[in-house]
Design a protein around this ligand. Structure first.
Ligand code: NAD
Length: 283
């Protein structure tokens, strides 16, 4: 079994992004800018935003966080997005999810200019992703693809199973794998017999949010296992959705949690922001 080390790869990517930003500044006077909208006081969201801010600082991306109370109105968030759409120093806009229940998340995400949609959640970008066109792909599944590439795992022709079908994780993951010519099976909460799908997968990607969901008996011998899940146990330990201890004995490759997909997500956000900043050169 070999570990798919996302932490190590993310450091390498950050170094590359940093160098590219230095060049962009020197040759074109452009400093990439990222604006983050953070609503409410969900501790996990605050932690994620802090991590993103820190990573931006490390590589030289200017970042600004619009922190708003959970009582904020739909209109006020919308106005902030529209303002950032127009701001020439901002290349990427990210809305930290989840938003409070009284906010129409779809409407907020649809307001982000597709050219600044570094999270890749806008339906325009998602449609382009499905059609295999150049776009901003969501950072988590994009990070999984980078990690597989780093370990020279070619997904073409593999039987892949994606467990979890959310718009931000499972569906774009399946689209990226399909675009790379894997045969993709997508499972979700209503899948009748989950094991019958996972068991035949050469590549198993899990993003659900349920610790211990994938047990050893559900995994094919020699499978490549990617665990996107992040769950905080009562004892404070961070785990994925896969029973790592036992599944790792069967897998050919497996991601650890933490240190697997998580750091890759942030690295891809930096890459997408840099990509958005390059658009300034041609405009
Ligand atoms: P979500 O709740 O929006 O979606 C969960 C999906 O899992 C749904 O499609 C649901 O149908 C499916 N599901 C639920 N129970 C199931 C079951 N028993 N069997 C099969 N499918 C089941 O969650 P999300 O936003 O997609 O996040 C999923 C997980 O990924 C969470 O643990 C989240 O913390 C994690 N996540 C990690 C990163 C990262 O950077 N590593 C980024 C985003 C999300």
């Amino acid at each position: 079994m070999k570990l798919l080390d996302g932490k190590k790869l993310s450091e390498k990517i950050k170094e590359e992004v940093k160098k590219d930003i230095e060049k962009l500044q020197k040759e074109h006077g452009i400093t990439p800018g990222l604006a983050v909208v953070l609503v409410g006081d969900d501790p996990a969201s605050h932690t994620y935003v802090k991590m993103k801010e820190r990573a931006c600082k490390e590589v030289g991306i200017y970042s600004i966080v619009h922190q708003m109370p959970s009582s904020i109105s739909q209109k006020e968030i919308e106005e902030t997005i529209l303002m950032m759409n127009k701001n020439p120093n901002i290349d990427g806009i990210l809305v930290q999810l989840p938003l409070p229940k009284h906010i129409d998340t779809t409407k907020i995400l649809e307001l982000i200019a597709p050219s600044k949609d570094v999270d890749g959640f806008h339906p325009y970008n998602f449609g382009r992703l499905l059609q295999g066109l150049e776009t901003f792909a969501p950072c988590t599944p994009l990070g999984v693809m980078e990690l597989l590439k780093e370990y020279e795992i070619d997904v073409k022709g593999l039987d892949a199973c994606v467990v979890g079908a959310s718009n931000i994780v499972g569906k774009p993951m399946a689209a990226l794998l399909l675009n790379s010519f894997a045969t993709v099976d997508i499972c979700h909460i209503y899948t009748k017999d989950l094991k019958s799908h996972t068991k035949k997968a050469d590549l198993l990607v899990v993003g659900v949010g349920k610790p211990g969901l994938i047990t050893e008996d559900m995994v094919k011998d020699g499978a490549i296992v990617v665990d996107i899940g992040i769950n905080r146990l009562e004892n404070g330990k961070l785990v994925g959705d896969v029973d790592f201890e036992n599944v790792s004995k069967k897998a050919s490759y497996i991601t650890p949690v933490p240190g697997g997909v998580g750091p890759m997500t942030i690295a891809m956000l930096l890459k997408n922001t840099l990509k958005a900043a390059y658009k300034r050169i041609d405009s």
